[in-house]
Design a protein. Structure first.
Length: 581
């Protein structure tokens, strides 16, 4: 796709080594599908390059999928500083942009991953003679899952997009919404049929733990179904062959995951998050006997995770965590970052105190009794106390999310990044380097999706999630005779999803598919109390319905397509341009 899509060679982990004759015409710097991949190791490298491209869609501070998605929902306030990249975040929090190329990086990253997926699928057909049938099925299944996931994210961000299913260059128009989702659903169906039904307990934890699997594909099919049918008012999810996936089939997929995958809920929701690793130094974690579940094969709840590494180049780290961490240095356990986000105080005020997820997800900076972190009315850097940063921050609320913040612990009397302890090697930059993965699909989502879709077991699935949240167990203790019992109505499921998946990049798309965006933004983002440069004031953010929940197509790509690409509604001329701090 000349000009629009990035057509790059698969190079990062696939460089040739060796020597050659003078003036040899063989390509010694890049592997192409003329000679690569052929062996099992080659194909492992090729599919690893697709995972790497997907990671690039999640690692950055201002263009990660979870970040973009969260800033637009009703749980977040952008916060941040008046300088650097932060006004870009406050722009799309207000459903605006600083410029019409603001989302060029994610657009390019997604098409990079799609190109690499296509490369792998073509290569299996062309060069896969050395693979067994099982090896071919695994590689193809993973590639289909990844391409479906990449297109699904791309379509949720930008709406209908040009479809590329081959590596050849061309300049197609935007496909219809139905065509886009037919490809996504067909790819997921292929993945479900190709990937083995290996239970979590039998997965090779050393080599397959973070790979796409059948269960992740089935769960993702349900997420796609719910979004497409809700957002676009359809009853079924189309397939490329003209058939469709109906609600009954999707429920079958979800029941398969619940009954046969070996996945489940861990006992304590709070152990999903890295702050529970600081259980000797962080009062909240110590008082509640928390212990991080980790990423080494014990996390029965994680169907799919974006994995990061502390051993490679900068974009193998999770820089997204830097955007979430406060600007105050010297606090245990929360590390300093750019504080580009704050929690809307209205969600905290409404959230039931008895729900363990409330204080397990949100740091109330004034609650020293719970957190063990002091508060100062004046700047007191490295004092171990939080303070409103009057010199920098624009929309502080006094509430910060805990799920993906940088975490520090004490080692030999020295405050040390948890990443350093976990990796056995020092981080390169403690304010921007992190290795903790980002959850894409958790088992609790499978339970709540099945409940929402009207499973015969809807109440039992709903109860399991609430039982874990209130009674601190894996969902097997009955909640029916307690004050925390609720019926599994749509309204209650909506509330449950808000609390279970807060700050995980899921809520914005729930609001869109439930058709309640404008009413929720009006309710929760009117007169939000914030501190602007340390001074209290109130801000109001209004939803722009004309943009229909979609971001602008990067203008440079429209220009390079010679007008083949058309801009989304609500983003014409200077419409939607943000000029504030």
């Amino acid at each position: 796709m000349r000009n629009i899509m990035i057509t790059l060679a698969i190079t990062s982990s696939m460089l040739w080594t060796g020597c050659s004759k003078f003036l040899d015409t063989n390509d010694l710097t890049e592997k192409t599908n003329a000679t690569f991949p052929t062996t099992v190791i080659d194909f492992d490298q090729a599919i690893a390059a697709v995972y790497s491209a997907q990671r690039d869609c999640h690692f950055d501070q201002i263009s990660s999928f979870i970040g973009i998605s969260s800033y637009m929902d009703d749980d977040y306030v952008a916060n941040g500083r008046a300088l650097f990249d932060d006004p870009f975040i406050r722009a799309f929090e207000r459903y605006q942009v600083r410029n019409f190329d603001q989302f060029l990086t994610p657009w390019q990253n997604y098409y990079k991953g799609i190109f690499r997926s296509n490369f792998v699928l073509e290569s299996v057909e062309k060069n896969g003679s050395k693979l067994t049938d099982l090896q071919k099925a695994s590689i193809r299944g993973q590639a289909y899952y990844l391409r479906a996931s990449l297109y699904f994210d791309l379509c949720r961000l930008f709406g209908a997009v040009p479809l590329k299913t081959k590596t050849e260059s061309d300049n197609p128009t935007r496909a219809s919404v139905g065509e886009c989702f037919a490809l996504i659903a067909s790819d997921l169906k292929n993945a479900i049929e190709l990937l083995p039904a290996t239970t979590f307990q039998k997965v090779n934890k050393s080599s397959e733990l973070f790979n796409a699997n059948k269960w992740a594909a089935e769960a993702m099919m349900a997420r796609v179904f719910l979004f497409y049918t809700g957002m676009y008012g359809k009853s079924d999810l189309p397939l490329a062959d003209g058939i469709s996936v109906n609600k009954t089939k999707v429920l079958d997929y979800l029941h398969d995951v619940i009954n046969n995958s070996g996945y489940g809920l861990i006992d304590d929701f709070r152990n999903l998050w890295l702050y529970s690793f600081a259980n000797k130094d962080y009062k909240y974690a110590k008082d509640n006997n928390l212990s991080w579940i980790g990423e080494k094969g014990n996390n029965i709840e994680c169907l799919y995770l974006i994995s990061f590494s502390g051993l490679g180049t900068n974009n193998q780290w999770d820089r997204f965590q830097n955007s979430l961490s406060c600007t105050v240095p010297g606090i245990i356990p929360f590390g300093a970052g750019s504080s580009m986000s704050a929690v809307n105080p209205k969600i905290y005020a409404e959230w039931d105190d008895a729900d363990l997820r409330k204080k397990g997800s949100i740091w109330n900076v004034m609650d020293a009794e719970t957190e063990g972190i002091g508060f100062s009315n004046t700047p007191a850097a490295n004092s171990g106390k939080f303070y409103y940063n009057s010199q920098s921050n624009v929309e502080e609320t006094g509430y910060l999310q805990k799920k993906y913040c940088h975490i520090y612990v004490m080692v030999d009397g020295k405050r040390t990044a948890a990443n350093t302890v976990l990796n056995g090697t020092a981080t390169k930059n403690n304010t921007s380097d992190a290795t903790v993965g980002q959850y894409i699909i958790r088992f609790s989502d499978v339970l709540l999706m099945a409940a929402e879709m009207g499973s015969p077991n809807a109440q039992a699935y709903f109860d399991k999630v609430r039982s874990r949240a209130y009674l601190k167990n894996s969902g097997n203790n009955s909640i029916a005779a307690t004050p925390y019992y609720k019926e599994a109505t749509l309204a209650n499921i909506q509330d449950e999803r808000r609390h279970e998946f807060a700050f995980e990049g899921i809520r914005w798309y729930d609001l869109l598919r439930w058709k309640i965006v404008e009413q929720q933004i009006t309710k929760y983002k009117t007169d939000i109390p914030v501190f602007k440069f340390g001074v209290p004031e109130k801000i109001t953010i209004k939803y722009r319905p004309e943009m229909k929940g979609l971001l602008p197509i990067p203008q440079s790509q429209i220009n390079l397509s010679n007008g083949v690409l058309k801009q989304n509604d609500g983003w014409g001329a200077n419409e939607g341009i943000y000029s504030g701090l």
